[in-house]
Design a protein around this ligand. Structure first.
Ligand code: 5GP
Length: 180
């Protein structure tokens, strides 16, 4: 695969730095849960690489499930409406749940999902987001684990796409021509 720079992309976070931060997050989660079983919910598709790396770092009894959502009105006027396009396979009642998300932007998606999942009566519900763009926040979201705060730019790589491209880039990169 051509280097990011050859594809007109600018590297924002190198893979080695991401791996190191994911390791730190895993240690923090282990301290918080003290050996208790943990259920990770991955928001498809962008969080799949973050989930895979986090999962392999965690020295706890861990189970996983996947959920997919689509947002309406994204772009200049986000409506805040979110639709579940693939629901969880198993009940989360009574479980220690962490929602694993790639990037927190306006907060509309996670705000909606958090409320839906909370209504399903987990024992605890937390959020881990690899990236956070605080400048764009519309809805506040209680995020417990954040990898990196980043500037207001459209990013790809490490699972994140632009029109389904670039998910396989190891680094997180900025696409200079795309508006966040
Ligand atoms: P929010 O509801 O917080 O505005 O949006 C979260 C979702 O928007 C993320 O899960 C992701 O799918 C998408 N998103 C937000 N910012 C970016 C970005 O910079 N790059 C990519 N590839 N997706 C983004």
């Amino acid at each position: 695969m051509p280097k990011a720079s050859q594809q007109g992309l600018k590297v924002l976070l190198r893979h080695s730095r991401i791996r190191q931060r994911v390791r730190q997050l895993a240690r923090q989660i282990e301290r918080d849960y003290k050996g208790q079983p943990l259920h990770l919910i991955c928001i498809l598709k962008g969080a799949c690489i973050f989930l895979a790396d986090l999962l392999r770092e965690l020295k706890l009894p861990v189970s996983v499930d996947f959920i997919a959502v689509s947002s309406y009105g994204k772009g200049s006027l986000p409506s805040g409406e979110v639709r579940i396009t693939k629901d969880l396979d198993q009940s989360i009642e009574g479980l220690n749940v962490i929602i694993v998300e790639d990037i927190l932007d306006t907060g509309l998606t996670l705000n909606y999902l958090y409320r839906i999942l909370q209504s399903r009566k987990p024992k605890t519900l937390k959020i881990a987001a690899l990236l956070d763009k605080p400048a764009r926040r519309i809805k506040e979201v209680p995020v417990d684990y954040i990898g990196f705060k980043i500037p207001d730019a459209f990013v790809v790589g490490y699972g994140l796409d632009y029109g389904e491209r670039y998910r396989n880039l190891p680094d997180v990169c900025v696409v200079p021509t795309v508006e966040a």
